[in-house]
Design a binder for this molecule. Sequence first.
Ligand code: GLC
Length: 426
Amino acid sequence: MADKCERIIDEFTIDRAALESVAATFRRDIKRGLEGDELSSFKMLKSYLGLPTRQEEGEYIALDFGGTNVRAALIRLRGNGQPEVVKKAARKLVGSDYSYISAATDAQGLFDFIAAVVMEVAQPGQEYRLGHTFSFPSLQDNLYNARLISWTKEFAVRGVEGEIVNDLLVQALQRRGGVKIEPVAVINDTVAVLAAAAYKYDKADIGSICGTGHNTAYLERYRDSGKAVKPMILNLECGNFDKLLTNTFDKVLDAASEKPQEQRLEKMVSGRYLGRLFYLVLCDVFDLEAKGIDFDGAELAAILSDQTMLLDKVREIVKEKLGLVLDDEAAVWVKAFAEAIVVRAARLTAATYVGIIWHMDGDACIGEHIIAIDGSLFEKMPLYAENMRKAIYELLGADSDRIKLVLENGGSSLGAAIAAAVGQNV
Ligand code: GLC
């Protein structure tokens, strides 16, 4: 058993040299993406948003769609002051007897569900502008008209791909009637997190999500373009980065996913998939037939936090989930697999941040950067944030002191309100 288990841990281990190559390849793909070269894995989607001035004020409705929950909030911006969440509402997209992410739902069903959540935060008799954080790859040529290119994260609702999502929202709001709500901006969650951080910090220029899905946006200053172009936040859609060494488990997971061959990085690093990788490893080690079972983020976190002598929690979770009784040795390996999967995710993601920083700073020395991150992995998963910092240090040495990773909790909603306030500024 030990040999096999060690081999599996090796398959999930990324050394410094491999990390460096990920960062360099990532940087090259950004350059290619900016040049419109199809070899780039990135969509380089324009947001039509630059950084906020911090003077933005007023009350806006923020809608956040694209993770486990749909959330709406009424947010008051006060220029340089602390933003205030006046009211909020949230609903899970999947419940015991319904799913608003699967092909069983169509566009109208989904947007009616979303509109109902939006209405919960609106006060009768008022008029609002709404900012919409829509966390899927969307093509737009202004701040409003984002058109969904294709679903990711295993979403499969019918009739939304190819559509302008805010038009679907407007129609759903009209069907409900009542309060006058005008959707004015659509942004990706990575763009939202960056905008939210830039509302508070000077040096924020990268925004990232490490949660159900994974993706990053950054402020492109177009320094190499030779033209006077205003800086704009670009959504890389880098969950689709595919120049990576995948192992046996990555391949099995990809083949059985909604969209094989797509979102290869995301399938190695994000919360939607880590529990699945872990399950596939356990199936292999304990000769189980793989079924549609996933461990969720909370279970993985509980396994990693188990400090008891005999790993009681690890045993309990695996017994409950798979009916498997682990002996002492097996329990140690099971925890080690979870660690290896989570640490790989953190290191790979950190390497991509270094790739972006190398792109931004070119051959000049590394400047100060704040990387704003939202998502349950960064916020809650044991080992995750610390291994990110460690990997950045491995790649940048003392320069890593100038790179700050900050948790921008709730950035998806705040960013949506800011986008509604800013309006198109590039
Ligand atoms: C997926 C989406 C992307 C989003 C990310 C995080 O990768 O394609 O748009 O930013 O998930 O939610």
